[in-house]
Design a protein around this ligand. Structure first.
Ligand code: CTP
Ligand code: MG
Length: 244
């Protein structure tokens, strides 16, 4: 079976949420945000290894938190960089030599499902690189100084989510070629390097916690337990309370 590594990007400061503790470490329903996505990857049969990038100073606490919950696939917790791209690059350099496919996921997206990860992996195995995305639903306006400049045709516009991923060799090549140029996601890096990136249906509920109100929204969705399958691992391996 092809070996899949996951990079969990958890090294941001969460400035738009604005809490002292970065958003990915805040608790929702008693569980830190990053643990939700981690539990899906831990339980996924195709994932063999997980590397987490965290803000400098958080390495030990996060490593301890994952051990305490008996996440066996977390191979390393590394310190991230000033940008998401720098954080993912650090994690990529710390993968074991075995990994053949790499998925990258935002720790700030707790609402992924096993099915989403599976369909993304199938596309990567088949096509080499893929991301999940959803079609834009609303009418899109280009706005300047509070006034509509024009309406942008929605046709063909998609909103990128994570996870995203590629063959390891493609991703490493894309990161090499990017050099100092900054990109906001892996798909953009891969595109710029000339690799074709396939799109699979994402999930409208796979929100990225970005603003304070998103914490409430994520809590409401997790309370509804619509992602029941995602909880299995957490139910069997509950944390013991106190700290991360
Ligand atoms: N991220 C990262 N390293 C960085 C910046 C971001 O690993 N230097 C991660 C974040 O932890 C998050 C994901 O990338 O899981 C998406 O980024 P974003 O939502 O922008 O998070 P932050 O950069 O933390 O938030 P903000 O931009 O509001 O400061
Ligand atoms: Mg950011």
């Amino acid at each position: 079976m092809v070996k899949v590594a996951v990079i969990l990007a958890a090294a941001g400061r969460g400035e738009r949420v604005g809490t002292e503790i970065p958003k990915q470490f805040l608790e929702i329903l008693g569980t830190p945000v990053f643990v939700y996505a981690l539990s899906v990857f831990e339980a996924h049969p195709k994932v063999s290894e997980i590397v987490i990038a965290v803000p400098p100073g958080w390495e030990e606490e996060v490593a301890f938190a994952t051990k305490r919950r008996r996440f066996r696939k977390v191979a390393k917790v590394v310190s991230g960089g000033a940008t998401r791209q720098a954080s993912v690059r650090r994690a990529l350099e710390n993968l074991s030599s075995e990994a053949e496919l790499v998925l990258v996921h935002d720790a700030a997206r707790p609402l992924i499902s096993e099915a989403l990860v599976s369909r993304l992996l199938e596309a990567i195995e088949r096509e080499g690189a893929a991301l999940c995305a959803i079609p834009v639903r609303d009418t899109v306006k280009l706005v300047r100084s509070g006034r509509v400049e024009r309406t942008v045709p929605r046709e063909g516009l998609w909103l990128a989510q994570t996870p995203q991923g590629a063959r390891r060799s493609w991703l490493e090549e894309a990161y090499r070629r990017a050099g100092d140029r900054e990109f906001t996601d892996e798909a953009a890096l891969l595109e710029a390097a000339g690799f074709p990136v396939c799109v699979v249906p994402g999930d409208p509920l796979n929100l990225k916690i970005t603003y304070p109100e998103d914490l409430k929204l994520a809590e409401a969705l997790l309370t509804l337990d619509i992602r029941k399958n995602l909880w299995g691992y957490l139910k069997d391996n509950p944390g013991k309370g106190g700290g991360l």
